[in-house]
Every structure is written in structure tokens, then in C-alpha cells.
Write a protein that binds this ligand. Structure first.
Ligand SMILES: [Zn+2]
Length: 80
């Protein structure tokens, strides 16, 4: 069990590179964020891959709303 304030040596750190906007092939829009991932180790720096996230495709908190047309019936239509 660790005590608060105890520090441990970290040998490997995953560091995101600069984030830039990018073209999303699904949305066909400039809505994607792209960043290179760098792995920092005692032996040096290694490119570990690329991280992408689209504000439209990958946002689980704000899914696209269902397409509905709100319909309000007039009293004459309700009787029919
Ligand atoms: Zn997208």
C-alpha cells in the first residue's frame, strides 16, 4: 500500500505530440483531431503511433439526434 506523497520512478512516459485539426473521412469534414504519440524511455524517444478523435463520430456524450419531425395535430385532424 502506498502512502500519500510517495514518489516512484517512472521509466516510460507516453507523450502526445502537437494536436492538429484533420479531415475526417467518415464525416467528410474538417472535424477530426490528430496527434502523434511519443514514447519516452531511458533509451530515447520512439514514435508510438497516431491518436485521432472526431468531434462528430467519436463523441458518446452527444450522439446525433434522431431525425424526427415534430407533429402537432390541429383539433380537426384529431377527430378524423
Ligand atoms: Zn467524423
Amino acid at each position: 500500500m502506498s502512502r500519500p506523497g510517495t514518489r516512484y520512478p517512472v521509466d516510460v512516459v507516453l507523450h502526445p505530440g502537437a494536436v492538429r485539426t484533420d479531415w475526417c473521412p467518415s464525416c467528410k469534414a474538417q472535424t477530426r483531431c490528430t496527434a502523434g504519440l511519443l514514447l519516452l524511455t531511458p533509451d530515447g524517444v520512439t514514435a508510438a503511433g497516431t491518436w485521432t478523435w472526431c468531434e462528430i463520430c467519436n463523441d458518446p456524450d452527444s450522439p446525433l439526434p434522431a431525425r424526427r419531425i415534430p407533429r402537432v395535430l390541429a383539433p380537426a385532424d384529431r377527430a378524423a
